[in-house]
Design a protein. Structure first.
Length: 493
């Protein structure tokens, strides 16, 4: 009897695990070969914790447009073909819900992200540009100070993280914060890269809410700033102003920045919800901004010709006293190609993930996926696939010369999707490009880059790409002679 119990327990576990790992086969999807061997279980476990690299490997293993794999005990459907990913995500509404941005006011239910999208219109961005310039000025003043002290070898990854935090602090939280000098500011905690404090990489646990005392202190900041604007009529051209306008039911698509005050009962968002939106914007923005600037600098530092071309493009703007206009920034064509190439090679969101909420039949097939199952589009793997991009690991901005990526074989205009696919594309992509290009212009205008060729630089994913080497991205900046002759430094404050 005592011997029988463990045998029954073991058999039940064995059958249950085998049942899970036969999910895709039972549903007739092309899938990986599964077994209850140690090797397979380790692989499935690894995907849970080192998921980006492990999922890219699975993409390479598959042959069909769909490929069923397992992340620990979770059946995941990899969509390997870009066109199919586009058609699924374009028509995914209702099947793969995104409840995070759902908002209810009285009897009305609306998608907050859709309502907030005019915040990122070109007109609004152009008005916010001076605030972004102000943040870039802080960075340049910090570098000028280091130059005076003869300390121009620095970790550019860390520098760019401070810049990204300052941008969010300034434009989303409405604070005139400068973490280059204010080391004790609350937002400084976000400067540290998540990898440095051993953030959890688990897929499943990543989605769990993590309330910290920091989040509560951020609510206080928002509360104070919202009151200032609503009660004292303060106008500051930033995202917080637009969030407060939205809270008061004002039209965001007009040009006005002034808040038309609504009575408390008519407000569309409480302070707590507004603070949550600000926090979500920060989480969506930080890694993307910081990693794209850092990795662009990392790539171009290895190709001095690209740096030279970018510097020439900037020089041809003939900036008066070094002052850059929004339209000039957005018109930099070669710079745009470089940013696109960085986003292709290092997409900050390397995997687009959806959980099925309503049974979904895949286009052009009789196969369907059930409620609770995960679907993934491995952007990183697709954007490094030699079928769509020749020499995918080479950094070649000119592949975007004609606004379409070059193809190694089959051309596919839709393969570059770093800002997302379908209805859930990044609302803030123009804002992201603006602040990324701004930092690049300001740095390249003043400095040449020298990468230590002997330094071991390793790029990992968490899931956004970051340089995991102990020294980050150590680069020696060399002040450019051309700027010494101008009075740029004096005028850009
Ligand atoms: C290079 C920079 C960025 C890249 C490559 C990027 C990429 C993306 C992608 C791929 C998505 C869609 C994710 C999905 O479908 O699941 C997304 C969503 C989003 N992005 Fe961005 N993003 C960037 C910067 C920003 C910035 C600066 C902000 C805000 C200021 C922002 C705000 C958002 C928001 C609010 C969403 C919706 C998120 C959600 O539904 O959870 N992003 N972004």
């Amino acid at each position: 009897m005592w011997l029988l119990l463990p045998i029954i327990a073991y058999s039940a576990i064995f059958l249950y695990v085998r049942h899970i790992y036969s999910y895709w086969r039972r549903k007739r999807f092309p899938s990986e070969h599964t077994s209850l061997s140690w090797q397979f279980l380790t692989l499935a476990y690894q995907r849970e914790f080192r998921h980006v690299e492990a999922i890219c490997e699975a993409y390479q293993e598959g042959r069909d447009r769909l490929f069923g794999i397992y992340c620990f005990f979770r059946p995941v459907l990899l969509v390997r073909q870009p066109q199919l990913a586009f058609s699924i995500l374009q028509q995914s509404n209702g099947h793969f819900t995104e409840s995070k941005w759902d908002c209810v006011k009285g009897y009305r239910r609306f998608n907050l992200l859709e309502k907030l999208s005019p915040m990122f219109s070109t007109r609004r961005l152009s008005s916010m540009f001076s605030n972004a310039q102000h943040v870039a000025d802080h960075m340049m003043q910090y570098l000028a100070k280091r130059e005076e002290q003869g300390q121009l070898e620095l970790d550019l990854q860390h520098l760019m993280r401070i810049y990204a935090v300052n941008i969010i602090g300034n434009l989303v939280y409405g604070l005139d914060v400068n973490n280059f000098v204010q080391r004790d500011h609350l937002l400084n905690s976000y400067v540290q890269h998540p990898s440095q404090y051993g953030a959890l990489q688990s897929f499943t646990l990543r989605g769990m809410p993590q309330k910290s005392s920091l989040a509560y202190r951020l609510i206080d900041i928002i509360k104070h700033n919202v009151e200032q604007r609503e009660e004292n009529g303060i106008i500051r051209k930033d995202m917080l102003q637009l969030l407060v306008k939205f809270r008061n039911g004002n039209d965001l698509s007009s040009d006005k920045w002034q808040i038309e005050h609504a009575i408390e009962e008519d407000k569309l968002m409480c302070i707590k919800r507004l603070a949550k939106v600000a926090e979500d914007l920060m989480h969506s923005a930080l890694d993307g901004i910081a990693s794209t600037i850092t990795l662009t600098l990392y790539e171009i530092a290895q190709q001095p010709l690209i740096v030279e071309k970018l510097q020439t493009e900037i020089q041809e703007l003939n900036l008066k006293d070094g002052q850059l206009a929004f339209e000039q920034l957005m018109g930099l064509k070669y710079m745009d190609m470089c940013v696109k190439e960085t986003l292709r090679k290092y997409p900050p969101v390397p995997i687009i993930e959806r959980v099925c909420r309503k049974r979904y039949t895949l286009p052009g097939s009789k196969l369907s996926i059930g409620v609770g199952k995960t679907l993934m589009v491995p952007l990183l793997a697709i954007q490094r696939d030699g079928r769509y991009f020749s020499e995918p690991l080479k950094y070649k901005p000119l592949r975007f010369l004609h606004n379409q990526p070059d193809g190694g074989g089959q051309q596919c205009p839709s393969v570059i999707a770093s800002f997302g696919i379908g209805g859930a594309q990044c609302v803030a992509q123009n804002f992201a490009k603006m602040v990324i290009k701004l930092a690049l212009v300001r740095l390249l205008q003043s400095y040449d880059l020298e990468l230590d060729a002997s330094a071991m630089v390793e790029v990992s994913h968490l899931p956004a790409p970051f340089i995991s080497s102990p020294d980050g991205l150590k680069i020696q900046l060399k002040a450019r002679e051309i700027l010494r002759q101008s009075n740029y430094r004096k005028c850009s404050i």
